[in-house]
Design a protein around this ligand. Structure first.
Ligand SMILES: [Zn+2]
Length: 365
């Protein structure tokens, strides 16, 4: 009886502590991509009106619900993401606390915090900052030395070496996948069912809106390297006030070649026309994912690297097929892989042993 009361109190603490940490993770998710310091200004502020948020309007989970997801000052909508991050963090902290001895639990709390920041930044910005990936790798090695059980050993030295090797494995294995992917799916050809209107409109910030059919995107999303090329086969096209008939526009990030005539995009403000086929220079995934998988290895070991890659790819394919069936996005150049890797890593933490056991029974007759 006494034990269960104590257990309940500890679990309640883990949940509330997780919600509070989630509130802090929200700050990192908002500020790290923009390179704002997390300490200055010290108080949280509304992303819309920049007003500081008083502490009694900044209680994890409760405030968002009580204020109906709006800023108390300007009534701008506070994205659901803030609530979701706090809830997910609280639930994960609770689940980890109930499952693992306290030393392991603390290490996993830190680890899932990195996972959550990386996942939500990747969703919004299609990058994972070094603070998450490199920071996570360093933290993983440090925690493995302090808590060798993370690497299934009792020796601190062995745990440190294993964490470093697992991190390296994560980086190298995904690098190989990335390089192979460049050859296999380096470019993606999209044939439209019929003539499809498109527009390319310069923005103030050196980028451009690129709209094909109903797909809107930013120009900068397509180009990662100097030699990346985007081809647009057009029935008719208008570049500012110059008309072209049937022509293939060959774009680089800074210029376009139309029938041998090269125009610098700096000098162009508007391109529109009708297209039949688009070839995009598709990068299979970003470099941040390599370092993200390294962090997963440094915290969870080499088997988790292989499992996360496998489970993440599997989920990615299922979701890819799902969107094909539902018929929602027609095509997209964006591919955030970080959230899928994070899914694989979380699955490993909670079900890794079951998976290993099941795999073992497959191998032993
Ligand atoms: Zn506000």
């Amino acid at each position: 009886m006494q034990y269960s009361t104590q257990n309940l109190l500890c679990s309640a603490f883990a949940f509330v502590f997780g919600a509070a940490v989630g509130s802090f993770l929200n700050v990192c998710i908002y500020r790290w991509p923009a390179d704002l310091s997390i300490n200055r200004p010290r108080r949280s502020f509304c992303p819309q009106c920049k007003q500081p948020i008083p502490w009694h309007h900044n209680l994890p989970l409760i405030s968002w619900l009580a204020l109906g997801g709006r800023c108390a000052h300007c009534t701008a909508k506070i994205p659901f993401r803030y609530f979701a991050v706090e809830l997910v963090t609280a639930l994960l902290f609770l689940a980890i606390w109930q499952r693992f001895p306290w030393q392991m639990a603390i290490a996993y709390w830190v680890f899932v915090s990195f996972l959550i920041i990386g996942t939500f930044i990747d969703f919004e910005h299609f990058i994972i900052p070094d603070r998450v990936t490199v920071g996570g790798t360093i933290a993983g090695v440090a925690f493995s030395v302090v808590i060798p059980a993370l690497m299934q050993t009792e020796s601190r030295a062995a745990a440190g070496v294993r964490a470093v090797l697992a991190g390296a494995l994560g980086y190298v294995i995904l690098w190989i996948v990335l390089e192979a992917g460049k050859i296999a799916f380096g470019r993606k050809r999209i044939e439209f069912d019929g003539p499809t209107p498109f527009t390319w409109t310069k923005r103030d910030d050196d980028d451009a809106h690129f709209i094909v059919g109903t797909e809107e995107s930013l120009w900068s999303e397509y180009f990662a390297r100097e030699k990346d090329r985007l081809l647009l086969q057009c029935d008719e096209v208008r570049v500012d006030d110059r008309e072209y008939g049937s022509v293939t526009l060959a774009f680089h990030y800074d210029r376009v070649n139309a029938d041998g005539r090269v125009l610098l995009l700096d000098d162009v403000t508007h391109i529109s026309g009708v297209t039949r086929e688009l070839v995009i220079p598709r990068e299979a995934m970003g470099r941040g994912d390599l370092k993200f998988l390294a962090a997963i290895g440094a915290f969870l070991g080499w088997r988790a690297v292989l499992f996360s890659l496998f489970a993440g790819s599997l989920l990615g394919s299922v979701i890819g097929l799902g969107t094909l069936v539902v018929g929602k996005p027609v095509w997209s150049a964006k591919l955030p892989f970080g959230p899928y890797l994070a899914f694989g890593a979380l699955t490993w933490i909670f079900f890794g042993e079951i998976v290993l056991h099941w795999y073992g029974t497959l191998l032993t007759p």
